[in-house]
Design a protein around this ligand. Sequence first.
Ligand SMILES: Nc1ncnc2c1ncn2[C@@H]1O[C@H](COP(=O)(O)OP(=O)(O)OP(=O)(O)O)[C@@H](O)[C@H]1O
Ligand SMILES: [Mg+2]
Length: 204
Amino acid sequence: MSLCVGLTGGIGCGKSTVAKMFQERGACVIDTDEIAHRLTGANGRAIDAIRAAFGDRYIAEDGSMNRSRMRELVFSDELAKQRLERLLHPLILDSTQAQLRQAYPAPYVVLVVPLLFGSPDFLRLVQRVLVVDCAESRQIERVMRRSQLGEPEVRAIMARQTGRAARLRGADDVLHNDGDLSGLAGQVAALHNIYSAMSAQNGD
Ligand SMILES: Nc1ncnc2c1ncn2[C@@H]1O[C@H](COP(=O)(O)OP(=O)(O)OP(=O)(O)O)[C@@H](O)[C@H]1O
Ligand SMILES: [Mg+2]
């Protein structure tokens, strides 16, 4: 694959929405959140290691990670959060690389990594960084509408992520997601043309 674009953005900025639009245009989408979900699902590849590191308490009846219990733990315990990340990270990287090898014949890959700027291993896989951006107030409003979280909880999650200004500084391309979905789709269409041309130039 001659072009891999890293797609990132803060919580609720619109990464999944944008990824779907690229997929509909024929790009190969690799979503690291989805990979993590599968690894920690029933009989996923991370389950044995999670059981060994955290104990049976964190494995549900069906053999998947007990997500609510783990979420609670890592939210309040920084060391536990790092332990889980260290365990999952190489497995996610490994699956990502396997999917990258299968990406041909799509014209290019969109690799969705929510915390791309904190993940040098993933930054190394991409030739370009695309940030989907919106106002923080809109981010909060969208996340609250989608989940049961209140504003303080959403702000706490945002505070742990790379800030908006730093994300924009690290971007090669930006999708502005403060308007409606059709405006967003128009921006995706324009980028699709650019990425397809770049990929062809790289010698697809
Ligand atoms: N332009 C838009 N207009 C209206 N609603 C939108 C727009 N963009 C995104 N949304 C909605 O906002 C919510 C967040 O979008 P989305 O799930 O794509 O963000 P995300 O960045 O993937 O979030 P997360 O970080 O939680 O994975 C969704 O419910 C989505 O449908
Ligand atoms: Mg998402």
